[in-house]
Design a protein around this ligand. Structure first.
Ligand SMILES: C[S@@+](CC[C@H](N)C(=O)[O-])C[C@H]1O[C@@H](n2cnc3c(N)ncnc32)[C@H](O)[C@@H]1O
Length: 266
């Protein structure tokens, strides 16, 4: 949930893909909860990134027309190369208006980047065909230690002026509010949260993890100021290494809470 930044956030599929196994885990946990009787004709993966999950959905539902919607041309470039049986679209979830009702809307780790969830979730539900499914996973990252450090360090150095007005990920609504916003049009609403304890490897692992996602708005804002960028990342890296020490076997444990939501149109 961010207001539109002045410059579009630059995504980097290579940096994002560095922890593919850990990032995939939640998406797969969401996929296995899709109802057994779902036989979709039209599927949209919103904020599809490099297209990995849209491609998986096409394999699972070969009769369906599968679409991937993604704002970042950099992320979408990999998607097109990955699978030509999926229809790829560059666009904004906030403005998404499919031509036909959709049987499955899938959004993994994407909607937290979109503003106004009070309005967004009912709008998404309105796009569902009867008995269509909305399947969403979102990091509950705002209150985590690593996000707090990211924001705190952003205010504490010569980079503070550049970063002050850069919108970052905002808190999610409460689980109860998502339920209430969907209950008018959907049934079988299933909400749960899980905290993963990601076992990250490599140097400055949490900083590397954040460089693929949460830090993108800050990295975009600092792209024209290499010294400020280096200073901010060094300071944040030190703070993160203290908060998340590397263990003797080289693993850095990162607790990461996530909210899952499945809802079925009446
Ligand atoms: C953390 S990545 C997740 C990508 C993919 N769903 C996955 O699970 O691997 C978030 C993606 O959402 C995209 N995104 C963010 N805001 C968006 C918007 N308003 N419209 C479309 N895509 C958006 C980003 O460009 C990025 O590729």
């Amino acid at each position: 949930m961010t207001a539109a930044p002045s410059a579009p956030v630059r995504w980097d599929p290579d940096t994002y893909g560095r922890f593919e196994a850990e990032r995939d885990r939640a998406a797969l946990d969401l996929l296995v909860r899709l109802p057994d009787d779902l036989d979709p004709r039209a599927i949209w993966d919103l904020g599809c990134g490099d297209g990995h999950h849209a491609s998986l959905l096409k394999r699972r539902y070969p009769r369906a027309e599968v679409h991937g919607l993604e704002q970042s041309a950099d992320m979408l470039a990999g998607a097109g190369a990955r699978d030509d049986t999926v229809r790829w679209h560059q666009g904004d979830i906030a403005a998404w208006a499919p031509e036909r009702p959709v049987d499955l809307i899938f959004a993994n780790a994407a909607l937290q980047w979109v503003d106004d969830h009070e309005g967004l979730f009912p709008r998404l539900a309105d796009q569902l065909a009867p008995r269509g499914v909305l399947a969403v996973q979102m990091p509950m990252a705002f209150e985590t230690r690593h996000h707090t450090l990211m924001r705190d360090v952003a205010t504490e150095g010569p980079w503070a002026g550049v970063l002050r007005d850069v919108p970052t990920i905002a808190p999610l609504l409460s689980a109860e509010t998502y339920y209430d916003r969907l209950a008018g049009t959907c049934a079988d609403i299933d909400l749960w949260s899980t905290t993963y304890l990601h076992a990250l490897t490599g140097e400055a692992a949490v900083l590397q993890w954040m460089s693929g996602t949460a830090l993108r708005p800050y990295l975009t804002a600092l792209a024209g100021s290499p010294e400020l960028r280096r200073g901010y990342l060094d300071a944040l890296g030190e703070a993160l290494s203290r908060a998340f020490p590397k263990r003797p076997d080289g693993v850095t444990l990162l607790p990461f809470p996530r909210l899952f939501l499945l809802a079925r149109a009446r």
